[in-house]
Write a protein of this length. Sequence first.
Lengths: 295, 342
Amino acid sequence: MKRRHNPILTFLFAGLILLFTGGPVVLSLIGSVVPDRILLNSDAGLFDEGINFETYRYVFTGELPAAYLTEGANRAMISDAARQVPRSLWNSTVVAFAAMVLNLLLGAPAAFLFARYAFPGKKISFLFLILSPLVPTVALVTPIYMSLQAVGLVGTQLGIILVHTAKALPFTVLILSVFFRKMPAELFEAAMLDHCSRFQAFTRIAVPLALPSIGATGLFAFMLSYSEYMFSMVLSGDAETRPVSVVMAALARNTDVSWSLLNTGIFIAIVPTLLLVALIWRFAVEDLLGGSVKG
Amino acid sequence: MASVELEQVSKSFGKTEVIKDMSLAIKERELVVFVGPSGCGKSTLLRLIAGLEEMSAGTLRIGGKVMNQTPAADRGVAMVFQSYALYPHMTVAENMGFALKMIGTPKAEIDRKVAEAAEILDLGDLLQRKPRQLSGGQRQRVAIGRAIVRKPDVFLFDEPLSNLDAELRARMRVEIARLHKELKTTMIYVTHDQVEAMTLADRIVLLNKGRIEQQGAPLDLYEAPANRFVAGFLGQPRMNFIAVAAVPDMSGVTREAFTLGLRPDAIEILDGPRPGAVPGRIIVVEQLGTSTLLHVQLAGVADLVTVEWRGKAAHKAGGDVWLGLDPAKGHLFAADGRRLAL
């Protein structure tokens, strides 16, 4: 007999997961619209003074929140770093998008070859690819910095894009090769008989069929780059090229920072990823579950 | 249309030799069926002809031209796969026209040829559907249509009906036979189903363990099997094999031990004992409608003997019967499986 699962337990665990993933987002949203004096005053109710968007205004226009214009206010709590958030957001989006595109352009054909063809050195190169993420990032910072310095890419977006691409590539190849391997071999034999070259079999058969997984993998590469901190910090130059993760760290490192401002920065930084997830995820997951590969 | 010739072809996967030194000539317009148990090499042989596998040794000629090094697409063959292998993201029309599109055929001509093939197969209403919106039988017809559109010299079918239910399989069998008459093309058809082989083939090539056991017209193989394997493979229900020990016959000459092969319809059910009759007990009765299969236990025979009974009298499991086993209606096989003269 099949054991019936307990719906209450399911909800409990789902609720716990939601609390851990969605909770911080909600907290940062609330924190960003409630003034500091309320946030830091345990006696006051959270919404006693209603909500305001003064910190958002400051981030985008530079106009100080009213409370910090009064005499005696600690002006230093309004960190200049917050003013860099919009620009860094754009920087990060450019970098992450470029890393995603490069990942798919390089990773998808590689995954297809690994999945469907035998070639000399296949095993060892795949092993190398899979094991490379095991090297701690910290150990790579110096050699990569020196390499990029030698070719003059330190302090440029291109440098960060290349490093982020390299970091995500093993995952891209691994995930996509699993999908390509799952496709029936007869499909590609039929394509071969239908005058397709290997490359055409890839572009005309494999890619259209793997589109949902390619979307999901691309999203993964995007998020990996978007949230990457170590290389972003070491390789980025001035505010012109600084990605959002670096700016956020600068904001958070300031012990006297305005909580409201920090939360504003956090919430703004989440938005691009949320947008992308909303766009790609639904279609990716639906198609994965729908089994589009089945003839 | 074209002839297909294999000359001393071998194929090994690593150390396993799947096709052993095989020679075979298929005439133009012939419908040849490769049949055999799973693992006999029949699919591999088809894939060698298609160019999906490379031969380890030997020569392959299609239409008189050596094709050993020719890429699959340029051999003038079209293949219908067991899983149909339709492109899931393309419509039926796109599936069928894909090969032509890949060699740069003008769109108008593709459309015309697809429409032509669709008409032959009665697919006209389905052209804009995707494969997942089709039933198994429809997918099968699209797969055949995709082959027809290419106007190949040789059609290759790799167990095309094995994913269909029994009724559909019977219908598609007739359809393929009709297509062969209509298209007048050489066809090579692989199946493990001996009914398909018997009904479709101009010539059956019966394979076992990478070798040809026997080839010829279906009825020739049925009536004069070269050995015990062929006799046992063709015919439904299967031939009964009864081991006969080496005993001296009436003239005192001891014949070697042999096996008597009797088809179920060659065994008589007698009313009572008579010289040469053998008693047995009915273990299982299978009613087929037009006939009844009796599975009978004979004394000293390990396997049950199957008897096809077309008479009216009802037989019940557990009952006793007398069977008339007439060697003249059967085949004798030596211990090594080779056929013996009666």
